[in-house]
Design a protein around this ligand. Structure first.
Ligand code: 6PG
Length: 242
């Protein structure tokens, strides 16, 4: 069952999500000696990563035991302004003592299909059997209900075998690399981070309307063990009955 964490504004949303990241990291490292997270792209997580980079938060994470992956990537070089890796590097990675070899970016500069296949290999090597994958997946949600790069009407929403796919997204006129539900739904926990009034109705539809992931891709995210949290500011939550 999804849990909603509703904060008054984007500032407190970033703090709540950063706190959650720290708590998840500490629990995973205590339990199994490492913490593996998938980061979201887009703009909403910027505030979370900046908070996480602040001493008050970063000093509570044993970065030597953290592995970072991405939920999706634009097919651009890492120093391109659109790069999800580049955004996370600038706001978080450059400011915390995580070993470089534990930052596993999707190679957006490579041919998309090759980059997707290489990332799948990397993930399967990291997780082994894949019974349980990420300790925490952070996801944003677009106004159209997409998450990662699972856009409405794309086959990737219904992918049950491959963990990573590359696809051309018509509406963006661009290639994207994305994790699929096959790997996302065996994560220990998924946390959406969504802010803004413009997403309120979509949040309501995703959470309350009939299951139709082809139109509302975020609905396809249903971790097998049920640990799904929505971190929402009051505007994004304004259409929910609470
Ligand atoms: C991306 C993201 C995408 C994002 C949503 C929400 O590469 O753009 O992974 O899924 O999370 O589009 O983006 P905002 O947070 O910018 O609204």
């Amino acid at each position: 069952m999804a849990q909603n964490v509703i904060t008054k504004d984007t500032e407190s949303l970033a703090i709540a999500a950063a706190e959650h990241f720290v708590a998840s990291a500490r629990a995973a490292i205590a339990r199994r000696g490492r913490f593996t997270a998938a980061l979201a792209g887009g703009s909403t997580p910027r505030g979370v990563y900046r908070r996480l980079a602040e001493k008050e938060f970063s000093k509570r994470v044993e970065w030597a035991h953290v592995h970072l992956f991405w939920g999706d990537e634009r097919c651009v070089p890492p120093d391109h302004p659109d790069s999800n890796y580049g955004m996370a590097y600038e706001t978080l990675i450059a400011h915390v003592p995580i070993p470089g070899e534990q930052v596993h970016r999707m190679r957006g500069e490579d041919p998309p299909l090759e980059a997707a296949a290489a990332y799948e290999e990397l993930l399967r090597a990291h997780f082994g059997t894949g019974k349980q994958t990420f300790d925490l997946v952070l996801l944003g949600m677009g106004e159209d209900g997409h998450c990662a790069s699972l856009f409405p009407g794309t086959a990737a929403i219904h992918e049950t075998e491959r963990w990573v796919v590359a696809h051309y997204v018509d509406k963006l006129d661009a290639w994207r690399i994305t994790l699929t539900p096959a790997v996302l739904n065996v994560a220990d926990e998924v946390a959406f981070i969504v802010s803004g009034k413009e997403k309120a109705e979509r949040v309501r539809q995703v959470q309350n309307d009939a299951y139709r992931p082809g139109t509302l891709p975020a609905q396809v995210i249903r971790p097998a063990n049920g640990r799904l949290n929505w971190y929402l500011d009051s505007l994004a939550a304004s259409r929910l009955r609470v």
